[in-house]
Ligand binder design. Structure first.
Ligand code: HEM
Length: 207
């Protein structure tokens, strides 16, 4: 029997966030400043959703509760909401550059385009394979590897961005600390699993 889905959660989160960003344009008008505000707010909403999805299993392993059980069961839908929020980040960036271009300075600088651009390919691949059919098509092992390596690459881009900003401005420190917290939780759970795993049998020695 097919697993029950909860795409309504993804639609609900995305619609609520889109309404908040639209409200900023309604109140502040459509201009370079409100776009800049929304470029930042889309990334901030995206990083929170990303941390909830990427940290769900280790959070439940370390602090099981009704909420962490719900989060674990719905991390796919939270994860795709992250992708939606972050593609809106990209849309705002392109809109800013096209509608309100600043002479001789593009937001889409080469370094962001290479590392950020690749991250968007990864985000698209993770979002497009967030369904049972893709798991069956890829095979569980390959699917897990894609989501593990892809998840850590996105974690790296977010952490690099916020860690560098936190050096300049303490406002960004909570984001950087939370991202390191997610990594610490994952490593603690991984180490526990390794400790609990039965010792590997040594390959039989041929006589
Ligand atoms: C084509 C690729 C990308 C470009 C050109 C780009 C460009 C930008 C720009 C111009 C800002 C606003 C800077 C400011 O005024 O403060 C920004 C903010 C940010 N971007 Fe991106 N970005 C890209 C991809 C990504 C990706 C893939 C991630 C994460 C996985 C990311 C995470 C962030 C974060 C965390 C912020 C800071 C938001 C804040 O103020 O809290 N960006 N980006």
């Amino acid at each position: 029997m097919a697993r029950r889905t909860n795409w309504r959660l993804t639609v609900g989160i995305s619609a609520a966030l889109a309404a908040a960003w639209a409200a900023i344009f309604l109140v502040g008008a459509w201009n370079a400043e409100t776009l800049q505000v929304n470029i930042r707010l889309t990334a901030r909403a995206a990083v929170v959703l990303f941390m909830l999805a990427f940290g769900a299993s280790s959070l439940h392993a370390l602090r099981p509760s009704r909420f962490t059980k719900w989060l674990l069961r719905n991390r796919r839908y939270v994860g795709v909401s992250f992708a939606v929020a972050h593609f809106i980040h990209l849309g705002m960036l392109v809109a800013r550059d096209v509608v309100f271009p600043v002479p001789d300075s593009s937001l889409l600088n080469p370094l962001s385009l290479v590392f950020g651009g690749f991250a968007y390919l990864v985000i698209a691949a993770l979002a497009l394979t967030s369904n049972d059919r893709a798991v069956a098509w890829l095979g569980a092992q390959r699917w897990k590897r894609l989501h593990l390596v892809g998840g850590y690459y996105i974690w790296f881009i977010f952490t690099r961005t916020y860690a560098l900003r936190a050096v300049e401005d303490p406002f960004f420190a909570p984001f950087a600390l939370a991202l390191f917290g997610v990594l610490a939780m994952r490593l603690v759970v991984l180490r526990r699993k390794k400790r609990r795993a039965p010792p590997r049998k040594a390959p039989l020695q041929r006589a």
